[in-house]
Design a protein around this ligand. Structure first.
Ligand SMILES: [Zn+2]
Length: 421
C-alpha cells in the first residue's frame, strides 16, 4: 500500500462536533488549506507544515487548490437490484444476476460513495468479494434479506402463486410470520452474515399487493425481532416505514433507523430524538418514483401509491428536521439506477445548509452504521476514504451530483479513481 501525501488541498472539515452547527458559522472555519499524509491506509497527519520531502512518500499528489471531503456513505442502497424488475430474477441465470451488479457497484464508488449500507439483496459472498477487492465497489454493511410478512412489501409472490424471489443457498427467503417465525428468520439472516436486520414495517410503492399505509409486522413481532437482533451480537434493526402505524410500532419496539419516514408526526419526531433514532428520508427514490408515476410508467396501482407517498413526504421530513431528528443520507438506489447518489445532497439542501447535507452524508451516516470511529470525517487515525473535487461544494452542492466532478476517490488509502485535476 502506497504512502501518499496530498498537498495544496482545501479540506472540508467535518469533525465530531460538526452536528453542532452553531459552533461552525463561517466558511473559513469549515475549510482549511492544508496537506494530508496517508500511511498504511490511514490518515496520519493533517497540517500545513507537513514535510513535502519526496523520499517520505511513494506518491505526492498536488490537489491543485481543489477540495477534499470524506468519502460519502449511502445508508440505503440495493446494489444487486436494477429497478426491481422481478421478471429478471426469473429469466437471468444466477451468475449473470451477480455479474450484472459489478458495473453498478463501480458507478456508485465513482460517484463518491466509499461505503454503503445495503438494505436488501447483497449477501455475504458479495460483501466478502468486495473486502477481498475482487472488483471496485463501496464497502458494504449488509442486511442480506429484509424480513417481510406474507403478502408484505418484500413478498414478491404474484397472485398466480409464482414466487419471484431469487433462491440459492445462503440466501434466506424474506417471509416470516408470528413471534416464533420472526425470531427464527432473524437468526437465519444473522447466520447468513447480516450486519443489521432490515424489516418491512409498512407496505410500499413497488410491492405486489399492499398499500404504503398498511401496518405489516404487529407489535409483538417487531419487538421480538429487535430483542433477538440485539441478543445476536448487539445488532440493530432498520425499518422500512411509509405509514404512520408501522412507524409508531417500530419506534416503540426500539428500531434504530427509520427508512423513508413518510408519515412521521411531530410526536414521533420527538420520540426519535429521545431514543437517538436515525431517519433516512431517501428523497431520491421518492422524487424519482413521483416522476415515473406522473408519466404513468408503473402499473396503475403503483402509480397511485407513488403519488400518494410523494404528496406528504417532503413536508413531513422537513418538519422532522426542524424538530431536530438526526438525518442520515440514503437514496434507495437500485429501485432506480445507480451512480447518482449525491443528488440526495441537493434534495437535503432544500431544508438544510449544504454543509449540513455533507455532514448527513458523511459523519452522520457513519454514526448510523456505527462506523464513525473509523470513517466519516477527515481526522488523524481514521481510514483514508476520501474524495477530491475541483470546485467548492459549499458554494454549489449540486456540483457533486455529476460523476465527472468527483475527480479522485481514495478507499482504504488507495487511489481507486483518478481523473485529472
Ligand atoms: Zn430500499
Amino acid at each position: 500500500m502506497d504512502d501518499i501525501l496530498i498537498k495544496n488541498i482545501n479540506i472540508i472539515k467535518i469533525n465530531q462536533d460538526s452536528n453542532d452547527f452553531s459552533k461552525i458559522n463561517t466558511e473559513k472555519e469549515k475549510i482549511e488549506n492544508s496537506s494530508i499524509a496517508i500511511k498504511n491506509g490511514r490518515i496520519t497527519s493533517i497540517s500545513k507544515d507537513i514535510s513535502h520531502n519526496k523520499s517520505n512518500y511513494d506518491k505526492i499528489i498536488d490537489g491543485n487548490d481543489g477540495y477534499l471531503l470524506p468519502g460519502f456513505i449511502d445508508a440505503h442502497v440495493h446494489l444487486l437490484a436494477n429497478g426491481f424488475n422481478n421478471e429478471d430474477y426469473m429469466s437471468d441465470p444466477l451468475s449473470y444476476y451477480f455479474y450484472k451488479a459489478i458495473p453498478a457497484m463501480k458507478k456508485t464508488l465513482f460517484a463518491g460513495i466509499t461505503t454503503a449500507r445495503d438494505c436488501g439483496l447483497a449477501d455475504f459472498g458479495v460483501k466478502t468479494a468486495i473486502l477481498k477487492k475482487l472488483f471496485l465497489s463501496p464497502k458494504l454493511q449488509i442486511s442480506v434479506m429484509p424480513l417481510s410478512i406474507t403478502g408484505g412489501h418484500f413478498d414478491i409472490t404474484l397472485k398466480s402463486g409464482h414466487d419471484m424471489i431469487p433462491r440459492y443457498n445462503g440466501f434466506p427467503h424474506p417471509v416470516c410470520n408470528g413471534v416464533e417465525g420472526v425470531i427464527a428468520k432473524t437468526r437465519e439472516v444473522v447466520r447468513s452474515g447480516a450486519d443489521f436486520v432490515k424489516i418491512m414495517a409498512s407496505g410500499g410503492v413497488i410491492s405486489e399487493s399492499d398499500s404504503p399505509q398498511d401496518i405489516q409486522f404487529n407489535k409483538k413481532e417487531i419487538k421480538a425481532i429487535v430483542d433477538e437482533a440485539r441478543r445476536l451480537g448487539g445488532k440493530y434493526v432498520a425499518a422500512h416505514c411509509h405509514g404512520l402505524g408501522g412507524l409508531e410500532l417500530s419506534l416503540k419496539a426500539g428500531v434504530r433507523t427509520i427508512e423513508h419516514g413518510t408519515s412521521i408526526t411531530k410526536k414521533l419526531a420527538h420520540e426519535m430524538v429521545d431514543k437517538n433514532a436515525f431517519l433516512v428520508p431517501t428523497f431520491s427514490v421518492i422524487k424519482w418514483q413521483r416522476k415515473q408515476a406522473k408519466k404513468k410508467l408503473f402499473r396503475e396501482d403503483k402509480n397511485e401509491k407513488a403519488l400518494e407517498v410523494s404528496k406528504i413526504h417532503q413536508e413531513n421530513i422537513e418538519m422532522a428536521y426542524n424538530e431536530e431528528v438526526t438525518i442520515a443520507m440514503g437514496t434507495d438506489s437500485g429501485v432506480m439506477g445507480h451512480g447518482e447518489n449525491l443528488k440526495e445532497l441537493s434534495y437535503l439542501s432544500k431544508m438544510m445548509s449544504p454543509y449540513e447535507a455533507i455532514v448527513a452524508g458523511t459523519l452522520t451516516s457513519a454514526k448510523c452504521l456505527k462506523i464513525d470511529n473509523k470513517v466519516g470525517s477527515i481526522e488523524k487515525g481514521k481510514i483514508a476514504d476520501l474524495i477530491i473535487t475541483d470546485k467548492n461544494p459549499l458554494d454549489n452542492i449540486s456540483y457533486l451530483e455529476k460523476e465527472n466532478n468527483i475527480k479522485m476517490v481514495f478507499q482504504d488509502g488507495s487511489i481507486v479513481k483518478n481523473i485529472n485535476i
